[in-house]
Structure formats: C-alpha cells, structure tokens
Design a protein around this ligand. Structure first.
Ligand SMILES: NC(=O)c1ccc[n+]([C@@H]2O[C@H](COP(=O)([O-])OP(=O)(O)OC[C@H]3O[C@@H](n4cnc5c(N)ncnc54)[C@H](O)[C@@H]3O)[C@@H](O)[C@H]2O)c1
Length: 254
C-alpha cells in the first residue's frame, strides 16, 4: 500500500521542475494527481506520460494569478476525482534578481500575483473542502529567500517571506480543525528556473551570490525536494504543522 493511497492531490506548477517531481512521487505512492499549470504543452505531455505509466492523472490549465482559474482548478478536481486531500502550491517565478533600487513595477506585480496571490487563492479555495472533511494537507513552496534576507532578489524575497508567513498563519488557525500546512524552503534546485540569467540585474545577482561560493556545496535535484513534499503530505508528518523547512544542504546553517 502506497503512502498516499486514495488521496487526491492538486500540484500547481507541476508540468515541470519541482512540481513535476512531486507529482511523480505522489503518483508512485498511490495518489491521484492533478497536474495544474499554465504551460499547456508541457501540461499535456506530463499528463500523457503519467497515464502511459498507469497513473491516475488529470490536467487543468490554470494561471494561479487568476481567481477564476484557481476556482475552476479545485472544482474540476472535485468533479473528476470526487474529493481533494492535498494541495501543493508550487507554481512560482523569479524576479530577475532585481535589487531594491532596480525593481520594475511589472516584475513586482507579476511575482506578487503568482508567488503570493497564487498561494493565497489556492489555500482560500481548498480550505472550505478541508474543513468539511475535517482533514487536509497543504504544502507550499517557499524558498531559502523566505527565511533569509540576502539570497534572492528584493521582490522574490518579499514574496517568499509572505509564503512563509501564510504557511504559519494557516497552520496555526486550521491545525485544530485537522488541517496541516507546511512549507519547504529550498536553496538552489536544478530546474529550468535556475538555468538562465538572461536580463538579470547583475548588481542584485552579485550581491545575492556572495554567500554561494564555498558554503553552498551543491545544488539539489528536484527529487530531493519531492521526498520532503511526500513526507509532509503523508501521515508520517502528522505532528508537523506551520513549519517552514529549510532544504539547503546546510547552507543557511553556516
Ligand atoms: N529551482 C530553485 O532553485 C528553487 C529554489 C527555491 C524555491 N523554488 C520554488 O519552487 C517552485 C517551483 O520551482 P521550479 O524550480 O520547479 O520552477 P520551474 O520553472 O521549473 O517550474 C515552475 C512551473 O510553474 C509553472 N507556472 C509558473 N507560473 C505559473 C502560473 N502563474 N500559473 C500556473 N503555473 C505556473 C510553470 O509553467 C512551470 O511548469 C517555485 O515556487 C519556486 O519559487 C525553486
């Protein structure tokens, strides 16, 4: 019997990267997974690959910055699978490492809409279902920038601190109702997100990179983050709630 047998999990941003690794791990442990992403081509390819592998997967095209999309994502999940047990808020974007004096409004608004608003919208929509069934688990993707001050751009750092705060707030408010909410705070993970620095603010990048040389001994593989997301979604972590867990190989411990 899998560790997530009969559970229905929505994973936003799961057509690629960490979200895809989490969906893969969840499906391998018996969960029915909802692949929710705004990249339609990657979304369809991921769903097809899961189905070909005998997994129960359902795709929803969603922009987490759009309220109607998030509502539809949850409603279609319940219509398709009959329930929702787990929400992983993984969809997220970077801010080109813009330092405070170089922040562009368009970047600020986009990152806040997706990285903060998307997480809020997802949680706001699933919580009534979770309250009714008196159970449910939320796993948010924060970042080491949601715990530390100088390791990302200004907007991304603000957004991920908001994710950390929302995680603790929801964990605290809804824990007594049988609902858990935790976050993972990775350092650098080897995904498409971190493979190009085109158009970056070189001042911001330079400042944020000061602590990388010598003390970040390696980047993580997406599967290493997915292992944590599996633990946090399963009953094995039943007494962990409202926590933002650093996953950085000891980088922030230095
Ligand atoms: N990669 C890292 O080094 C790293 C480190 C710390 C935290 N994180 C966080 O982990 C999460 C996943 O990152 P990743 O590295 O897998 O990124 P990625 O770029 O590989 O994948 C992100 C996925 O999210 C989707 N997405 C982006 N905006 C969306 C939106 N508005 N609506 C729906 N889907 C959207 C993309 O299409 C993509 O499939 C993000 O929240 C990111 O901030 C990543």
């Amino acid at each position: 019997m899998g560790r997530l047998e009969n559970k229905v999990a929505i994973i936003t941003g799961s057509a690629n990267g960490i979200g895809k690794a989490i969906a893969t791990k969840y499906a391998a442990e018996g969960a029915k997974v909802v692949i929710a992403d705004f990249n339609e081509e990657a979304l369809n390819a991921t769903v097809e690959a899961f189905k070909a592998d005998g997994k129960e997967a359902f795709g929803v095209k969603v922009n987490v910055a759009v309220e109607e999309d998030v509502q539809r994502m949850v409603e279609e999940t319940v219509a398709h699978f009959g329930q929702v047990d787990i929400l992983v808020n993984c969809a997220g974007v970077l801010d080109k490492m813009q330092a405070a004096h170089n922040v562009e409004d368009a970047i600020w608004n986009r990152v806040m809409d997706i990285n903060v608003g998307g997480v809020m919208r997802g949680m706001r929509k699933v919580l009534p279902y979770f309250q009714e069934q008196k159970s449910g688990v939320i796993v948010n993707l924060s970042s080491i920038s949601g715990l530390m001050g100088g390791r990302g751009g200004f907007t991304y750092t603000a957004a991920k601190h908001a994710v950390s705060g929302m995680t603790k707030n929801v964990g605290s408010h809804y824990g007594p109702l049988g609902i858990r909410c935790n976050a993972i705070a990775p350092a650098q993970v080897d995904t498409g997100m971190t493979q190009s620095i085109e158009g970056y603010d070189m001042f911001g990048l330079g400042q944020a990179s000061r602590g990388v040389k010598g003390i970040m001994h390696r980047v993580a593989q997406p599967e290493e983050i997915a292992n944590i997301a599996l633990f946090l979604a399963s009953d094995e972590s039943s007494y962990i709630n409202g926590v933002v867990l650093a996953a950085d190989g000891g980088w922030s411990a230095y």
